[in-house]
Ligand binder design. Structure first.
Ligand SMILES: [Zn+2]
Length: 242
């Protein structure tokens, strides 16, 4: 565990120029560097504002930080490792007080609540309990103008325990079996939570996740519909919006 002083000392040694460290709680800018005078950091010295999670920075991260201070983005490998470490730390920070979300389960054409309930009964009869509560579900409000290939039909937010379904699917032409499949996929995210794999990368769709998903009775039919017919909905929707 670093104190501001000891970390500053370690960095001063690595950089061979004076370094001051101040810990902050700024999660949107976890690293801020300001030269102490004219010239590059390695000459002028640098004042660093670092998020408090740097108190637990491993020695390699401190070295990477010093490399970045000396060479900037040219220290590509160091920057990549540093960015990754920072991202992981930010992701692990306790959630801020969640934004209040207004839930809208019944859309113009489909009601998500009974759909989720039927998926739960069929596919997860015993999975949800007080310790693993069934998430809430809502139609999302995101703009539908996004291109189809970047369209995210469903998402699951663990912090708010909320499933969001893209409004492009609130269409009479969207079959219920497809909506059920999307809900099923998001419920699988609750049952198979995202974890950090070897190398520190986040695994969203583990082998077990994919296996369970492929065993879904309508799996083939749903994928086929997505490939063949989904674009029609997106097109219709865009027309309506214009
Ligand atoms: Zn997924």
């Amino acid at each position: 565990m670093w104190m501001a002083n000891s970390l500053a000392q370690a960095l001063t040694q690595e950089l061979d120029a004076p370094v001051q460290v101040q810990f902050t709680r700024n999660r949107s800018t976890p690293v801020k560097a300001k030269a102490m005078g004219p010239g590059p950091f390695a000459k002028a010295g640098v004042h660093l504002s670092l998020h408090g999670f740097f108190k637990d920075a491993p020695p390699g991260t401190v070295t990477d930080l010093a490399h970045w201070l000396r060479f900037g983005r040219r220290a590509r490998a160091a920057c990549k490792r540093l960015d990754h470490w920072i991202q992981t730390q930010v992701a692990d920070l306790p959630a801020k007080a969640p934004r209040r979300v207004r839930l809208r389960t019944s859309g113009e054409n489909h009601d998500l609540m009974p759909l989720m309930e039927s998926v739960r009964q069929q596919e997860f009869p015993n999975a949800f309990s007080d310790t693993l509560p069934l998430p809430a579900i809502t139609w999302s409000q995101q703009s539908t103008k996004s291109k189809l290939r970047t369209l995210r039909l469903g998402s699951y937010n663990k912090t708010s325990n909320l499933i969001r379904i893209h409004p492009v699917l609130d269409d009479p032409m969207a079959p219920e079996f497809f909506l059920r499949f999307i809900i099923f996929h998001e419920l699988l995210h609750v049952v198979h939570p995202t974890f950090k794999g070897p190398g520190g990368r986040w695994v969203h769709h583990s082998k077990e996740f994919r296996r369970s998903e492929s065993q879904y009775p309508d799996y083939g039919r749903a994928l086929a519909w997505e490939q063949k017919d989904l674009w029609i909905l997106a097109k219709r929707r865009n027309k309506k919006e214009r």
